[in-house]
Design a binder for this molecule. Sequence first.
Ligand code: TRP
Length: 334
Amino acid sequence: MLDGKKVLFSGMQATGNLTLGNYLGALKNWVTIADEYETFYSVVDMHSITVRQDPAELRKRARTLLTLYIAAGLDPEKNCIYYQSHVTGHAELAWILNCFTYMGELNRMTQFKDKAAKHADNINAGLFTYPVLMAADILLYQSDVVPVGIDQMQHLELTRDIAQRFNGVYGDVFTIPEAYIGKVGAKVMSLQDPAKKMSKSDENPNGSIYLMDDPDTIIRKFKRAVTDSEACVRYCEEQPGIKNLIDIYCACTGKTPAETEREFDGKGYGDFKMAVGESVVSVLKPLQDRFAELSRDKAYLDSVIKNNAEKAQYFSNKTLRKVQKKVGFPERIR
Ligand code: TRP
């Protein structure tokens, strides 16, 4: 609890270009629930270097992502939006938590196994202990809730195990975080292969709508989207392409699948795809305009970055000092 509110923590990596899937599945929900919580939304740049990055590119993407958080509607006065690497406690707590995490636990992490297979020439220790840094992110702020996708649930479970283990030895030091399970965010699939999730790292750019795609590109990609053979707009598992388009349309318009079926009753795929494209443009265009406006105001963004890093540093230090004391580090002389 912080100022009478529960604490919420989440973060995203600044790797790849954010897609409509990231927006409708995560960022949009962050905005919706923000007011109910004391929130920390981090750009987790320290996690990104577990895989080799181009430095200039990483810096640029990190700033883009942070700006997007604000453009999407997170007020940086009310939400602590900051770079993980600007707050020293993440690495410091991660070290301590490393000493409370077993090799066997980390060996079981499916994301580690996947990434190790994908980056076989660079299976570094950071990749292995990635989940411990994530645990530090969460526990550092005594977070109550963590909105995460299904792919991060295993990491959150491990976070809870580490926290409970630590508390078991030293008393109630950490709040045990829960996954935020609210209204499910839309799960957006690839426009070219509806069996696959829309992904930042898809080699086929026509499968994904990027948040920065211009209106013409968005419409073009929807026109080319894979559909099915029934030639009618019906929401069912047998038509995964159309189902995905209906989900996107509903997420952008607030309509239900049943309303959408009625709206397009007797109409062809062409009309429907056009309408989906336009609904997405109507959501992304204001976000892009706001992004452009924010990007021009360097001084403002810099002040947000500085002030929120200080705020995060302040709150995280409270937990860190307590933990350092518990494990037996000598007191600081002031
Ligand atoms: N590992 C998360 C991802 O790739 C990002 C992340 C890092 C995160 N630290 C976190 C998410 C803490 C939630 C809470 O999606």
